[in-house]
Design a protein around this ligand. Structure first.
Ligand code: ATP
Ligand code: MG
Length: 694
């Protein structure tokens, strides 16, 4: 007779925590359930602690798919989960992780019906959302020329503030745009019409992903049965919710995280109030306090040791942030030892010189054996690095841009995506409009007629795209557009016959249609644009199907054009990044460009209340990205139009550091003059760095 033993699994074991200090271990070993708040400065191991906590929960027997990890970028979640995979043998990829928007999207695909949508909804990007707002204003017959009315972009920003900060429209107008107080009623009508339009077209904008998710995570008292049932299911999914970069979570996101932890209780958040840099998106450095008000039982943990930066770098960051009086955290203690090098401060004549210096210094560092991917150049605004991009390209130094003109927000890319969106969601009027507008002699009136018919045919249960050739379509286009209409019929005929997984072929079909002529006649650089589109076709091959492709693109908030000069070693690239995009990351050598007053801090930010503090936190984030060496540069002259030269002042963030000494009784910054050596015999004087003239 056989025997069946119950309880034969090994008892759950914890993880080896020797890679953590005692403060970090306390967080990681804290039992599942309950709430924890970890407040700590940069480089103190918040992200590492969260990663270990995920691994430890799995090691203690929590199934990976019962964990939810919310991070600032999707890539951060992937990297953390790779690390988890190394710590525990279990399948870490089963952990649900990503940004609030991407996780929201995934959950809403399953529960769209509960919030009154169909699961194949399209996600509107900013530009498309603005178009919908514009259309809503038109629908209401508001004559924006007769009466001064905010532009659609401004209107959308107001709606967005309402959602992210959980304000009523009245409150948002009062706080952010008092000049529109008299327009409250029409704006309210536009808001309502905008919602209706999106619903009719089965479209969600970015904010709706949060709104939809918040309905599931925290349903209102008046919720119907279906929503209640979906909510119970969603809130029961996860045993523990973990949130990185909590200081930049806004009101609705905070409520979502709470709701998701409401059934099983487990919630761990980590953050640093001094690194809160998304005020313009509704983040508030008071969030962390609000967390404790909502969770009075939460335990608070501190991490006080900095593992990232050399003491000389940390001294600069610590000193700078003392000028922001309101903050939780005291100075950080470095564990790393001095390398004898203080952060450099180098004035350069202008942006071209700044670019030359940075490029030269990068080459020196490479000669010293520093891999290029350990070097980053950070800036407050993307255009600060234009000259540098040119210089790096000229010298063949490979680099990647972590932020910039968004690849997917360029007109030609959006055109092609609009064809794909129509295929994916036949009700998507905006995309339909955009796609057809690229054909000669087909205008808005025609498109409206055609779309009305599309709508009728959909309601009749037919697939309009597949039956364009049939008599039911008659002639809606008129003689002038007849030729183009034939091309439309032919193209959509081809597209609908392609299997849903053949996205690459779909893009090629579009490129083989008269759309290519549209590109040739509409842009001054058609060749580059057509090449972009070919790249898009290649990129599409990475996806299983149209649905996945479009959802991913819509969510790639950080996916931007990567201007890459190829090198032998594809990973060996210098990173160029805005400071906002550099959050949470670290490099051995970091340059910060354009440390000029008016550029950093940015002049426009200084005009807002709290703006200077927010800019200073950005400076704090920038300096604390550096592990070993930090270079701050500023320029003395800006050449304006007609050869006019403006003198530029050094940033107040630099001036604030002057006169302060570090623990070795030296000035915090090492002022290093850069001289351009045009005479090969010239010795560089002490304390100056000679560059080869070119
Ligand atoms: P930020 O605020 O910039 O996001 P953070 O607090 O999340 O920083 P991490 O990125 O987790 O900090 O850690 C910073 C660096 O210190 C990483 O390289 C990490 O591996 C290292 N580190 C953290 N804790 C330890 C430790 N106990 N022992 C050794 N290295 C550590
Ligand atoms: Mg971190």
């Amino acid at each position: 007779m056989g025997r069946y033993v119950i309880g034969r699994r090994e008892p759950a074991r914890g993880l080896d925590l020797s890679g953590l200090n005692l403060q970090q271990q306390a967080v990681v070993a804290h039992p599942p359930g309950g709430q924890r708040l970890v407040i700590a400065g940069p480089g103190s191991g918040k992200t590492r602690t969260l990663t270990y906590r995920v691994a430890n929960l799995i090691a203690m027997g929590v199934p990976p798919e019962r964990l939810l990890l919310l991070t600032f970028t999707n890539r951060a979640a992937r990297e953390m989960l790779e690390r988890v995979e190394q710590l525990v043998p279990e399948d870490a990829w089963r952990v649900h992780g990503g940004t609030f928007h991407s996780v929201g999207n995934r959950l809403l695909r399953r529960h769209a019906a509960a919030i009154g949508y169909q699961p194949d909804f399209t996600i509107l990007d900013r530009g498309d959302a603005e178009e919908q707002v514009g259309a809503a204003i038109l629908d209401l017959g508001i004559d924006t020329r007769k009466r001064r009315f905010p532009r659609k972009k401004v209107v959308l920003n107001l709606f967005s503030a309402c959602i992210n900060q959980e304000l009523s429209l009245q409150e948002a107008i009062f706080q952010k745009a008092p000049q529109f107080q008299a327009l409250l009623q029409p704006l309210q009508d536009v808001a309502q019409r905008y919602v209706e339009r999106k619903r009719a077209a089965n479209q969600l904008d970015f904010d709706d992903l949060l709104v939809g998710w918040s309905l599931l995570a925290d349903p209102p008292p008046e919720a119907n049965e279906a929503l209640r049932a979906a909510s119970a299911e969603v809130c029961g999914l996860y045993r523990e919710v973990l949130v990185d970069e909590y200081q930049d979570v806004n009101a609705i996101q905070g409520r979502i995280a709470d709701g998701m932890a409401s059934v099983h209780g487990g919630l761990t958040v980590v953050g640093d109030d001094c690194q809160s840099i998304y005020r313009f998106r509704g983040a508030d450095d008071q969030n962390i306090l609000a967390f404790e008000a909502r969770h009075p039982e939460a335990e608070r943990f501190y991490l006080t040791i900095n593992y990232r930066s050399r003491p000389e770098i940390l001294a600069v960051a610590n000193q700078s942030i003392t000028h922001n009086p309101k903050r939780f955290i005291k100075d950080l203690e470095p564990v790393r030892e001095s390398n004898g090098m203080r952060p450099w401060l180098s004035p350069l004549r202008d942006r071209r010189m700044q670019a030359t210096f940075v490029a030269e210094r990068i080459l020196d560092l490479r000669d010293e054996g520093i891999p290029l991917n350990e070097i980053a150049v950070l800036y407050r605004a993307h255009h600060h690095a234009t000259e540098l991009q040119v210089e790096l390209t000229r010298r063949g130094i490979p680099f990647m841009v972590r932020s910039g003109l968004r690849f997917f927000e360029q007109a030609h890319i959006k055109d092609v995506l609009s064809f794909l969106r129509v295929l994916h969601n036949r009700r998507d009027e905006l995309s339909f409009h955009r796609a057809l507008m690229t054909f000669d002699a087909i205008g808005p009136a025609t498109i409206r007629r055609v779309f009305e018919r599309v709508h009728e045919r959909l309601t009749a249960g037919a697939d309009p795209l597949a039956e364009f050739e049939q008599p039911v379509w008659g002639n809606l286009v008129g003689a002038r557009g007849a030729k183009s209409w034939q091309a439309v019929v032919k193209l959509f005929g081809q597209l609908v016959r392609l299997d849903d997984t053949k996205v690459t072929e779909m893009i090629w079909a579009i490129l083989d249609s008269p759309y290519a002529d549209h590109v040739r006649y509409s842009y001054s650089n058609p060749q580059a644009r057509l090449e972009d589109l070919q790249q898009l076709a290649d990129y599409a091959a990475n996806f299983d199907g149209l649905h996945q492709f479009l959802a991913e693109l819509a969510l790639l908030d950080t996916f931007q054009a990567e201007e890459v000069v190829e090198s032998e070693e594809p990973d060996e690239k210098v990173s160029l990044s805005s400071i906002h995009q550099a959050k949470g990351l670290e490099w051995s050598r970091v340059f910060v460009l354009c440390m000029n007053d008016g550029l950093f801090p940015m002049a426009t930010a200084l005009r807002e209340p709290g703006g200077e503090e927010e800019e200073r936190r950005l400076f704090y984030v920038a300096t604390t990205r550096a592990k070993d060496e930090l270079y701050l540069t500023y320029t003395e002259i800006r050449e304006g139009r007609r050869m006019r030269q403006d003198l530029l002042a050094v940033s107040r963030f630099i001036r604030e550091l002057q006169g302060v000494k570090n623990s070795q009784n030296q000035p915090l910054l090492d002022r290093v003059e850069v001289v351009f050596n045009t005479d090969p015999g010239l010795e560089a004087p002490k304390e100056t760095k000679a560059l080869e003239g070119d």
